[in-house]
Design a protein around this ligand. Structure first.
Ligand SMILES: [Zn+2]
Length: 345
């Protein structure tokens, strides 16, 4: 056990408070990690709003799931990690024993115990304790703030582009919301697997970021005006990170024959009308994609280490200043993602 200064969330939908609290000693099968940095993106805000779970018994809670740090203490029975090793957190508290887990599809775990940073304390503190299975090795030499993009913002696109869509060189891909914190990495990962990528966004600033990272920027302020004719034809895959009725309908309508619409948003009460006749004649697919596996976290790290994907961290915050990042994020002023930096690397 040790006293630390960090963040605690006391009410769902509230801002986390900076305070002193106790981080426990790692129990059997757990590891203690000194946090280098923790990512700040829309998913953290959604978690703090109670979007994944809003049970009062989970409070107070230290949020933050995109954690990178160094193992400093091993709980009883942990042999898979050593003190001093650098790790990132795997978001899902999977069981590691069910059919899904054993087949390397841990985000489909049949006995999911929740999420790191929701059902147990996360990385908005200088010290954290997590199950050893949730600590995935990450290479040395990647800047701490940049490494926070690996376990979600880049691993999620790896799952989409490699595993769900099997993108190949020459595929035409449209990413809806390509200027956002996951979108700008989705664009890069799709390119890394050989696809040509068009990025749909609103606003000059985000369209510029898309161009800077090699995408063809398309202004989607009005979806009815967005055409893919300059792109060489309709899309082999559309990846929708926006998830409105308009964006989903546009995505389905702009698939090439054999094309696939991949959905990642989880908003309630949104409907997509799919005409079975169209589905058959154009042999289209509509698929969902849910997070990533631990091996995809390794793949995400390899893409970063080889320079094929550049983590886009628009701003970093010192430990006591994360509130500023939350405001920037809510206002849509952040390029890519933010990171709360505890120690640097
Ligand atoms: Zn499982």
């Amino acid at each position: 056990m040790m006293d630390v200064e960090g963040y605690r969330l006391h009410s769902w939908g509230g801002e986390p408070q900076w305070e002193t609290f106790v981080v426990p000693t790692p129990g059997p099968g757990e590891v203690g990690v000194e946090v280098e940095a923790c990512g700040v993106g829309l998913t953290v805000l959604n978690c703090m709003n109670g979007d994944l779970d809003n049970d009062e018994s989970l409070l107070p809670l230290t949020p933050g799931h995109e954690m990178v740090g160094r193992v400093v203490e091993l709980g009883e029975g942990v042999t898979s990690l050593a003190v001093g090793e650098r790790v990132v957190a795997y978001f899902y508290l999977s069981c590691w024993r069910c059919r899904a887990c054993l087949s390397g599809r841990e985000s489909r775990c049949e006995r999911l115990a929740g999420w790191y940073g929701v059902h147990r304390d996360g990385g908005y503190a200088p010290m954290t304790v997590l199950p050893a299975g949730n600590a995935v090795l990450v290479p040395e030499g990647i800047d701490a703030a940049a490494a926070t993009a690996i376990p979600d913002a880049i691993a999620t696109p790896v799952h989409v582009c490699h595993t769900r869509l099997g993108l190949r060189p020459g595929d035409r891909v449209a990413v809806i919301g390509a200027g956002g914190g996951v979108g700008i990495h989705m664009l890069q990962v799709a390119s890394a697997y050989g696809a040509s990528v068009a990025g749909l966004e609103r606003g000059e600033r985000k369209l510029e970021v898309i161009e800077r990272f090699g995408g063809i920027p398309l202004d989607s302020t009005d979806f009815s005006a967005v055409k893919l004719s300059d792109f060489g034809g309709e899309a082999d895959a559309v990846i929708d990170l926006v998830g409105t009725p308009q964006s989903l309908a546009w995505g389905f309508e702009h698939l090439a024959t054999g094309g696939r619409l991949c959905v990642l948003t989880t908003f309630r009460d949104v409907e997509l009308r799919v005409d079975p006749r169209e589905l058959v004649f154009r042999e289209s697919s509509v698929i969902g994609s849910r997070y990533a596996s631990r091996s995809e976290l390794l793949e995400a790290a390899a893409l970063v280490q080889s320079g094929r994907v550049t983590p886009v961290i628009g701003a970093t915050a010192a430990p006591a200043d994360v509130g500023d990042l939350h405001e920037e994020l809510r206002a849509g002023n952040l390029d890519g993602r933010g990171a709360l930096v505890w120690t640097g690397s």
